[in-house]
Design a protein. Sequence first.
Length: 386
Amino acid sequence: MSDTTVQASARAAEPAAVPTGAGSVTDRLRRPRTYAVLVGSVLLLVLPFYLDRFWLQAGLFAMAAAIGAIGLNMLTGATGQLSMGHAFFLAVGAYGYCVLAGESSTENGHAITGLGLPTWLAAILAVLLAGAAGGLFSPIAGRLRGAYLGIATLALIFIGQHVLFNAGSLTGGYNGRPVPPLSLFGFTFDDSELVVAAVPFGASEKLWYVALLALLLSALFARGVLRGRPGRAMNAIRDHRIAAGVMGVPVARYRAGVFVLSSMYAGLAGVLLALVFQRTVPEYFGMILSLEYLAMIVIGGLGSVAGAVIGAAFVSLLPQALTYYSDSLPLVSAPGTGGLAPGEASRYLYGAAVVAVVLFLPGGLTRLGATRAAGPAASKKPGEKK
């Protein structure tokens, strides 16, 4: 057999190359996603000019929740560490900002302590304080996993609730304490009216862009972590802890580090929630809030930044929408009028959504979008003609 015949046979035996040009499946998946991101970004930038205060606050809650959900998704979705104490670190961020930025005063006969720091500095220090709280717990997080870590972090909720209700000089007790408005470069994000393009901007409109910038930076940083070497190590720990250790991944160190990072994300979400609420209340930062964050990442998709954002929007906006349209929805009405309260109805609905996602769509809502974008081309085998 000649050399030419051998070379021709070898070329024929090689698998057909997967197309990577403009008509490839990957490009067809990436193109709609890019368009959606661009259109969504433009819409988010102009929404404060058209939405009323109710929907602006609902959007602010969703963006703050998305930041906290991204942190929890890195811990639970990417690393496989179950945490039931996420609300504790949100409380650390929220109350840390109030104590650091607020002034000492007396309210309802109780003395409230405040350090009076610049609000922008207090926000940064509150995020670092939440990370420090996670660092104190990180030795436990580095050694426990699964349900054991979940039970251990559940203890943080009970400890946090006890402190929030009883440390009145720091937290204001049952009635909470006021939140100082954020001030940056001499510009205060409060209800003082500012007219932009003939539209009056209040606190919600001003905070919208702060929350949007914080969400964008948080999502980009988390995406970089998950797509880089740390993300591969985290996925290896989630999939097989012993194999990851054999390959040289410091399992305990990564678990502890991700727990600290997740706590800082929760602290930033807590600061934003406090600025939106304008008053912190201890009852809000309880076990139900932690369960809602777990529902967010399960519904949206575990281990995905986009899944955390989608799940947070679903869980945060659903009760707001039910409240707004409660007069026209069956079985949903205002509390005390015989029907389901909007908050209760929303919990039933996203509880059912969690069950549906676990049973029929294990990858979350993000996987549903990717499957539809792929279409019939994704099901074709390599080399198959159209």
